[in-house]
Design a protein around this ligand. Structure first.
Ligand SMILES: Cc1cc2nc3c(=O)[nH]c(=O)nc-3n(C[C@H](O)[C@H](O)[C@H](O)COP(=O)(O)OP(=O)(O)OC[C@H]3O[C@@H](n4cnc5c(N)ncnc54)[C@H](O)[C@@H]3O)c2cc1C
Length: 434
């Protein structure tokens, strides 16, 4: 555990990286050959591949294909130490960070890569009763809840009338569309065979979006294709509707409509990790931290903010970059390179994002891609492009192999291998009843 002060000139400078997501990992990796001590701290001991969370939630991928041990990623990088601890306070003046489980750590350079959390936009009951889709625990919780509702309805079919099998998904962006599309395939391809005795027509999937269109960031042809595809998958799309409140079995919309559903998936909004509010900085929309072209903070050139937590303006286009895995990874790498340059006495360089296209998948063989200059791609070709880009983002070759095996198998067989629930909290109870 590093408890000594940061560099006094006799030791290598210490780079403290907060967060082991795409941005934090990108920063740590690009410091591999730099003469620095890297300390990476995350509240989890694994890196989460968020773009595939919905595949865990819908039983296509095992958790191990989407969460990867952080320590494993740095076996070949002796200048990195990894610790599992939650950040509780950051003192930019003192150059020191406090944690809940370990003592304070001082730094010469700090990389803020803590990502973002769900924003419920004040919807009453959403925090208590909805299922967000931002962490691996969220995905597992949703998967287990949906399986539990189908098993409960199998035991008591009257529950179907009350909406036990219905799911309302909030948010017409990639998270919401990908989640509802994957749920539709799980329902229509797998649960219909798993539960032949249950009335499948009573299992409704509804996508609620506040604006008048799905996929606001995409061109019209992609929006039309998405609506048509979801319709074919049996998803009821409700546009221009806002969720007012959520109860365990009911969702009330601002228009007054009440939807019977025991499951509400929240995929509608993000806000930067809450700790940024304590930094005394002027924050941008979604509490994002504004950065200079080299990704450092204006008042603190030794501090860099990257990934979902940051408000990054692209040096090439002058546009604010979206909260995407590829932006986070590239920005993290750039921050690491800039720290290495500073340590070597060179000037930092501005971040330039290499845009490989914005993409989302709606269902099997149904994806959409929009390239930077506006060209679009839909259907199977877009699915292949989506698969290639996401495989490249997965942390290790082993993760890629697992994902390829599961995707290929699911494509041929329509099977979802992870359709089981293992409850460890009930072990004692089960033991006592056998
Ligand atoms: C469901 C979903 C689907 C997505 N699909 C795509 C997609 O298809 N393509 C794409 O490019 N992007 C996608 N994204 C966006 C992409 O995943 C994010 O932009 C990316 O993960 C941001 O990386 P990051 O490193 O900034 O943050 P994160 O990946 O969120 O990492 C932040 C890390 O900080 C840690 N942390 C947070 N708070 C604390 C604390 N207090 N103490 C210690 N550690 C802490 C967390 O545990 C986490 O490991 C998706 C996101 C979601 C949620």
């Amino acid at each position: 555990m590093p408890d000594r002060p940061a560099s006094d000139g006799a030791r290598p400078p210490r780079v403290l990286i907060l967060g082991g997501g795409f941005a934090g990992i990108g920063a740590a990796r690009s410091l591999k050959d730099a003469p620095v001590e890297v300390v990476l701290v995350d509240k989890h001991n694994y890196h989460t591949f968020q773009p595939l969370l919905y595949q865990v939630a819908t039983d296509l991928l095992e958790t191990g294909a989407v969460g990867h041990a952080l320590r494993d990623l740095f076996h070949d990088q002796p200048n990195v130490a990894v610790h599992q601890a939650g950040v509780t306070a950051i003192d930019l003046e003192k150059r020191e960070v406090q944690f809940s489980e370990i003592g304070p750590i001082s730094y010469d350079y700090l990389v803020l890569a803590l990502g973002a959390t769900v924003n419920f936009f004040g919807a009453e009951g959403a925090n208590e009763h909805s299922f967000p889709m931002y962490t691996l625990a969220d995905a597992v919780r949703l998967k287990e809840h949906v399986l539990e509702r189908w098993e409960a309805t199998d035991r008591d079919p009257a529950l179907a009338e009350d909406g036990a099998l219905n799911v309302v998904v909030v948010g017409g962006g990639p998270t919401g569309v990908e989640s509802v599309g994957a749920l539709a395939e799980l329902y229509r391809s797998n649960f219909s065979s798993d539960y032949p005795g249950l009335p499948q027509e009573k299992a409704q999937l509804v996508l609620v979006e506040a604006s008048p269109a799905l996929f606001g960031m995409f061109k019209q042809d992609i929006r039309d294709y998405t609506e048509r595809t979801l319709e074919k998958l049996g998803v009821d799309v409700m546009l221009g509707e806002i969720v007012a409140s959520v109860a365990p079995t009911r969702v009330t919309l601002k228009s007054g409509k009440v939807l019977n559903a025991h499951t509400l998936v929240w995929g509608a909004g993000l806000q930067a990790a809450p700790i940024v509010e304590s930094l005394g900085l002027e924050l941008q929309r979604g509490n994002r931290v504004p950065v200079e072209p080299d990704l450092s903070l204006k008042e603190h050139p030794e501090v860099f903010a990257v990934g979902d937590i940051a408000w990054i303006t692209d040096a090439k286009t002058n546009e604010v970059l979206p909260q995407l895995g590829s932006v986070a990874l590239q920005a993290g790498e750039c921050a690491g390179e800039n720290i290495a340059r500073r340590v070597a006495g060179k000037a930092a360089t501005p971040f330039e994002y290499e845009d490989k296209g914005t993409m989302a998948t709606i269902g099997r063989g149904a994806a959409v891609v929009q390239f930077r200059r506006g060209r679009t791609m839909k259907g199977k070709a877009a699915s292949l492009a989506w698969g290639a880009v996401h495989l490249a983002l997965l942390s290790t070759g082993e993760d890629r192999a697992k994902a390829v095996v599961n995707w290929t198998w699911a494509g041929f067989s329509h099977e979802r291998p992870a359709r089981i629930t293992v409850r460890t909290d009930k072990v004692e109870q089960e033991r006592s009843t056998v």
